[in-house]
Design a protein around this ligand. Structure first.
Ligand code: BES
Ligand code: ZN
Ligand code: ZN
Length: 509
């Protein structure tokens, strides 16, 4: 689906559907919506005056056939909610809802007004960026493994070919174009992560993850470490998890360096368990089928690097590390009670082989710090079921040792439409790691502060004084709810937050 801009009147748009918009409570439409109302002989204002259905809340839609009064066959009226409540989240959602409605109409060419521009801090560029983000994220469907491509109503759905923002003010064209360009990159990266998460573990193996990363070109370079290299580096905790599977492990390192001296260096580390069976501490079969999503962190950091390679001019050095392997039970798998010496030299008793994420991250975090000496290190992991219990699907847990970094990520997340809620790393929780036979255990105290226990474990592998934040994305990584901009399945959570954070786009929230 291509998004572009055309200067002119929406009433003249040649296509299948035009989308016009209104705030909640407005009875007399103005601007482009007013012009369409006039062309339709007052159909929209009549509905607003006498109708019972269209309320104008965010993403509310109402369809008018044009019966030849306009070149387009349909007009879709889109609700933007209350103007005082209109923020990034609402604008993305409205555009996503409109695109979904157009898809149901089997539209090929859609014309759309620039939702929300000029209200509050929303300028044309931001409005276009949010429209592109919402439209492309809302149009997303995972159909790769269906032999017949069908929509939710079992009807074959052709993709929408183009969405054209129709703007009367030629002076806004450049700003709109730049917003579309950035929004498209952000949404495509999100959808790329969604594809990797939604596709199944028999296709998305560590090798496939590495091949995907290697395809990223331009200003981003890629290095993939194989088992022999990792053995040489002493990544024994990572390899101990990988050993249970026939799939060879891969450690992906993607690197972006700005042309001048970097303002700072940021390392991203994403958990890449392509399937988590639990290992010998086998998970119950209920819910195990979802564990293809346990590589979300890795998918997210790879997708972020793809976006960075497509957007110009980031003045920060960014390195992404994705340790990828399967967690399977076998004759080679970790036994509960085994002790492994990590790359950092700490010994770990593996009481529970299902707490594997922290094991692969321990060595990846050590390697990331050794390789790039980053000013900031951000890890993303579907680390604990406890985080899903605590926060559900609405927020990821955020833990760290630097309030500035935590605030920066939370604020970028708010602007990006993704929520992070702080969980503590109290010194007292160090007791969770206490172990009789080794320096530490991997499994915490059953039933107590499980997400913080995971965070405390990872903290042991962060160098003194290094800014670090851990995002436990286990809840929002996938959803069985369907909201306009986040369809069922893998969500790609974190892609937008990281891009907003790195590029500093938290201007409006
Ligand atoms: N991948 C899981 C965490 C998870 C659970 C992600 C549900 C998404 C949804 C992780 O590897 C795991 O199994 N963690 C254990 C840790 C425990 C054994 C200390 C858990 O949460 O039960
Ligand atoms: Zn696990
Ligand atoms: Zn896991």
């Amino acid at each position: 689906m291509k998004i572009d801009v055309s200067i002119g009147s929406i009433t003249e748009f040649q296509g299948d559907v035009i989308v016009v918009n209104l705030f909640e409570g407005v009875k007399q439409p103005g601007g482009g919506t007013g012009a369409v109302d006039q062309a339709l002989g007052g159909m929209i204002s009549d509905e607003l005056e006498n109708g019972q259905v269209f309320k104008g809340s965010v993403g509310d839609t109402f369809l008018f056939p044009t019966y030849g009064k306009l070149p387009a066959r349909y007009v879709l009226l889109l609700g933007l909610g209350k103007p005082e409540e209109m923020k990034n989240r609402q604008l993305r959602r409205a555009s996503a809802a409109a695109i979904r409605a157009c898809k149901k109409l089997k539209a090929k060419r859609v014309g759309m007004l620039l939702n929300g521009a000029g209200i509050g801090q929303v300028n044309a560029e931001i409005a276009a960026r949010l429209l592109a983000e919402g439209a492309l994220m809302g149009a997303y469907e995972f159909t790769l493994r269906k032999s017949q491509k069908e929509g939710p109503d079992e009807e074959p759905l052709g993709p929408i070919e183009s969405v054209t923002i129709v703007e009367h003010d030629a002076g806004k064209q450049t700003a709109i174009e730049s917003g579309i360009r950035v929004g498209t990159v952000i949404a495509n990266a999100t959808n790329m992560a969604r594809d990797l998460v939604n596709d199944t573990a028999n296709y998305v193996t560590p090798t496939f993850m590495a091949e995907t990363a290697q395809k990223i070109s331009g200003s981003v370079s890629c290095k993939v470490l194989d088992q022999p290299e990792m053995e040489k580096l002493g990544m024994r905790t990572f390899l101990s998890v990988a050993r249970g599977s026939v799939e060879p492990p891969k450690l992906i390192h993607l690197s972006y360096k700005p042309s001048g001296t970097p303002k700072r260096k940021v390392a991203l580390v994403g958990k890449g368990i392509t399937f988590d069976s639990g290992g010998l501490s086998l998970k119950p079969s209920t819910g195990m089928d979802w564990m293809k999503i346990d590589m979300t962190g890795a998918a997210v950091v790879v997708a972020v690097m793809k976006a960075i390679s497509e957007l110009n001019g980031l003045d920060i050095q960014v390195d992404a590390f994705a340790p990828c392997c399967e967690n399977m039970p076998s004759g080679h798998a970790n036994r509960p009670g085994d002790v492994i010496v990590s790359m950092k030299g700490k010994t770990i008793e593996i009481n529970n082989t299902d707490a594997e994420g922290r094991l692969i991250l321990a060595d990846a975090l050590t390697y990331a710090q050794q390789e790039t000496d980053p000013d900031e290190i951000i890890d993303l992991a579907t680390l604990t079921g406890a985080c899903v219990v605590a926060l559900g699907k609405e927020a990821s847990g955020i833990m760290g040792i630097d309030d500035g970094l935590i605030d920066g990520i939370r604020s970028a997340g708010e602007a990006a439409g993704e929520r992070y809620w702080p969980l503590p790393l109290y010194d007292e929780y160090k007791d969770f790691l206490k172990c009789d036979v080794a320096d530490m255990t991997n499994s915490g105290n059953k039933g107590q502060a499980g997400s913080s226990a995971g965070g405390m474990f990872l903290k042991e592998f962060i160098d003194e004084g290094r800014k670090w934040v851990h995002l436990d994305i286990a809840g929002p990584a996938y959803t069985d709810k369907d909201v306009p901009e986040v369809p069922k399945g893998g969500t790609g959570v974190g892609v937008r937050t990281l891009l907003y954070y790195l590029y500093g786009w938290n201007d409006i929230q």
